[in-house]
Design a protein around this ligand. Sequence first.
Ligand SMILES: Nc1nc2c(ncn2[C@@H]2O[C@H](COP(=O)(O)OP(=O)(O)O)[C@@H](O)[C@H]2O)c(=O)[nH]1
Ligand SMILES: [Mg+2]
Length: 241
Amino acid sequence: MQTPPRLSVVVPAFDEESRLPGTLARITAFIEGTQRWRPAEVIVVDDGSRDRTAAVGERFGGGDGVEVRVCRLPVNRGKGAAVRTGLAASQGEWVLISDADLAAPIEDVDLLHAAGVDLAVGSRALRRELISRRQPWARDLMGRGFNLMLRGLGLTVLRDTQCGFKLLRGELARTLSRSLRLEGFAFDVELLARTRRLGGSIREVPVHWEHVDESRVQPVRHSLQMARDVLRLRLWLWLGQ
Ligand SMILES: Nc1nc2c(ncn2[C@@H]2O[C@H](COP(=O)(O)OP(=O)(O)O)[C@@H](O)[C@H]2O)c(=O)[nH]1
Ligand SMILES: [Mg+2]
């Protein structure tokens, strides 16, 4: 029997052919340079991209002690659906969810791990001095509004739920993959809520962040979708689902 990976890195990817090679190179170089996360697997989840994202991922192959795999969704379903697919496919003792632009540096996985909890949530709200480049004001506003809504609905006590950099215990990742339902950008909120329900420990951990342009987020369309999704989540939780 092969030893299970120490770490699975799940990278949701929608039209990421240009950013992906650099991202995979940085992740594999980090893992190759450290003993503590080997062996590792990187799971690129191609969410029905219209470009060559999947081919780029497949061609990359991997590195010493790192395997890169690609899961493909035939049509675009959303970041939540992509992450859920990656969690289900993961085999690691720990599972890191990371955006394809590495706005939070891969090295900070050690900060999340040091928190020693079941779900460590990377955060941009706790230590603003770690942010070397801010998001544009419209996105910042969108984030603040969303956070306010979450608080009003009693869905979170955290300061930043939406940072695309989170570390979970492998068992928890696989369990969550069977119960997550939100398929869009609001899925992080459900991830947190369901972890809490399962009795998992959660901590918000400040990470470095450098805003990367070329966002896949459309402020108006996705704000509406996220608002609708957290209302659905609120209802499901009240109904005990
Ligand atoms: N699966 C999936 N991933 C997406 C979608 N849109 C964005 N992503 C991924 O989510 C991550 C964050 O997207 P990004 O454009 O960097 O968003 P921003 O930095 O929050 O503006 C990246 O890894 C994207 O490839 C989508 O519709 N489906
Ligand atoms: Mg980004």
